[in-house]
Design a protein around this ligand. Structure first.
Ligand SMILES: Nc1ncnc2c1ncn2[C@@H]1O[C@H](COP(=O)(O)OP(=O)(O)OP(=O)(O)O)[C@@H](O)[C@H]1O
Ligand SMILES: [Mg+2]
Length: 235
């Protein structure tokens, strides 16, 4: 299987704090790669480092075989990497339609086709099309945030804890949608809900104290209670 994104021993400072101390990932095309780890392990900082929102001080990031770690955030986005941040970043005063329009870099046929595809996946967005995004539920905002990253010609989506704070039924909906999206895009998913993560993930990486400490097939981790206890503190 083709490697889409390769992250080699990256290190990142936030101000004076040494946060990422050696993170390595290999993201294969067409898969969902799940980034796991306790609170504060460095998952969000890893995604932000990939987007150069927190620039790395060491290491190497290659996307489709080209180095991207010296590029600016907008250039990385233009290469085809979409980022769905933890806080979703939707504009509450704008309508669903306006939020999506603002995100669209293009109005060509391919973009409109992707927009229609994602709206079919998230019919709630069609229902609330002319409503301000501020009135959406947490789950619907999450759908809008994912849709905004998806409408552009992105081959890779970085999604940070989409289930956070959502009602269980919404968690299920969002996860099933990500699973659907797998036929279209490659996903790096940060997820604390291990049950959900293991139901859709192909491969996993576990982070601890700013480092990747274990990786493998999701099915192996799901079957190994001892590993989960040791690295994630969950059975
Ligand atoms: N702006 C900042 N200034 C100082 N330290 C920070 C800053 N942002 C993050 N950190 C620290 O970096 C470490 C990693 O944080 P990060 O948000 O990447 O973890 P995380 O794995 O995403 O955690 P969570 O599961 O809680 O979202 C934490 O110790 C955090 O306190
Ligand atoms: Mg986080």
């Amino acid at each position: 299987m083709t490697t889409l994104l390769q992250v080699e021993q990256i290190e990142t400072y936030i101000g004076q704090y040494y946060i990422l101390q050696g993170v390595s990932l290999e993201v294969r095309q067409g898969e969902i790669t799940v980034l796991l780890g306790r609170n504060g392990a460095g998952k969000t900082t890893t995604l932000r480092s990939l987007m150069a929102l927190n620039p790395i001080s060491k290491g190497r990031i290659t996307y489709k075989g080209e180095e991207i770690h010296n590029l600016a955030t907008y250039e990385i986005a233009r290469r085809g990497i979409g980022y769905v941040p933890e806080d979703q970043g939707v504009f509450p005063a704008l309508t669903v339609e306006e939020n999506l329009k603002l995100a669209m870099q293009n109005t060509d046929a391919a973009t409109l086709e992707r927009r229609d595809w994602i709206l079919n996946l998230f019919p709630d967005l069609k229902t609330f099309w002319k409503k301000q995004a501020g009135v959406l539920s947490g789950g619907q905002k999450q759908m809008l945030a994912i849709a905004r990253a998806y409408v552009n010609d992105n081959e890779l989506l970085l999604v940070d804890e989409p289930s956070k704070g959502l009602a269980p039924i919404m968690v299920e909906k969002v996860m099933r949608s990500l699973e659907e999206m797998k036929q279209k895009v490659t996903v790096v998913l940060v997820e604390q809900n291990f049950f959900m993560a293991s139901s859709i993930g192909d491969r996993f990486y576990i982070m601890d104290d700013g480092m990747t400490v274990l990786d493998g097939q999701m099915s192996e981790l799901a079957a190994d209670e001892r590993l989960r206890k040791e690295y994630l503190g969950i059975a």
